[in-house]
Design a protein around this ligand. Structure first.
Ligand code: MLT
Length: 260
């Protein structure tokens, strides 16, 4: 896995395939492995650029809360490093928050948006308090403190045992401090509705039919603001639609990318 340096941190990424560049940003508390099904199936047609966000996977951990704009700045630095001027930018859940932050920082570099199982709204006060609880739990007890609870929410129940095991493994690979930083950073994120209302390029909004974290109404809220978007619901999938139902997700992603 190649590495580049940014802001004093070693950040790892996949850069696979040829054609239209597609930057994909993973969710919480996961890694770039989340997009293996897309890289494996579609890299003959598109160039997938997929980082381990700071604090996750093999990338270094930064200091303090990892705000969505900080992850976005890292991702823009990766595009610079690869000399990619514009890309389709997409993410799952927290990766969607980062995609919106990146769109705010440098809208001209976003050829199109893919927002999967995510939402545009900020956390409410109880939600912010839960971010701090998660951060403290992993800091004091390690990743095991949150893994089983996260698995229940991330995957449609009952999950396939193989998918469940691979997602568990992805989470356990992460460092508690990086996870705590991201949890606190998500609690600080602003509402992104203005960013979506201003975005005039094409967008794909995808949601798992059985997503309990960011269900269909969250996707519909984003659809109301985006001027040129299509909505796809993945039957039987939970919050990790791209990983739980890769064939169905890849079909809608491929249809969208090939239409650009
Ligand atoms: C994720 O999958 O990235 C998280 O569910 C996002 C969140 O907790 O808001």
């Amino acid at each position: 896995m190649p590495v580049f340096m940014h802001a004093g941190l070693k950040l790892n990424y996949w850069d696979e395939g040829q054609g239209l560049p597609v930057l994909l940003l993973h969710g919480f508390p996961l890694t770039s492995e989340l997009f293996r099904p897309q890289r494996e199936a579609l890299s003959s047609k598109y160039r997938f650029i997929v980082p381990d966000l700071r604090g996750f996977g093999r990338s270094d951990v930064g200091q303090g809360p990892a705000e969505m704009s900080t992850f976005a700045d890292d991702a823009l630095a990766l595009l610079d490093h690869l000399e990619v001027e514009t890309a389709v930018v997409g993410g799952v859940s927290m990766g969607g928050y980062v995609s919106m932050a990146l769109t705010q920082l440098e809208p001209s570099r976003v050829r199109a948006l893919v927002l999967a199982d995510t939402r545009m709204t900020a956390d409410d006060e109880p939600g912010k308090a839960r971010r701090e609880e998660v951060a403290k739990a992993v800091e004091s007890r390690g990743m095991n403190a949150v893994v089983e609870d996260q698995l229940q929410k991330l995957l449609a129940q009952p999950p396939s045992p193989q998918v469940e095991e691979r997602v568990r493994h992805m989470m356990l690979e992460n460092q508690p401090l990086g996870t705590a930083n991201a949890s606190r950073g998500m609690g600080l994120r602003p509402d992104s509705s203005v960013i979506l209302a201003r975005f005039a390029n094409p967008a794909l909004v995808v949601v798992g039919e059985r997503d309990v974290i960011t269900p269909l109404p969250r996707a519909e809220e984003m659809m109301k603001l985006l001027s040129s978007a299509r909505l796809e619901v993945i039957p039987g999938a939970g919050h990790l639609a791209n990983y739980e139902k890769p064939a169905e997700f890849n079909r809608v992603l491929d249809a969208f990318l090939s239409s650009l």
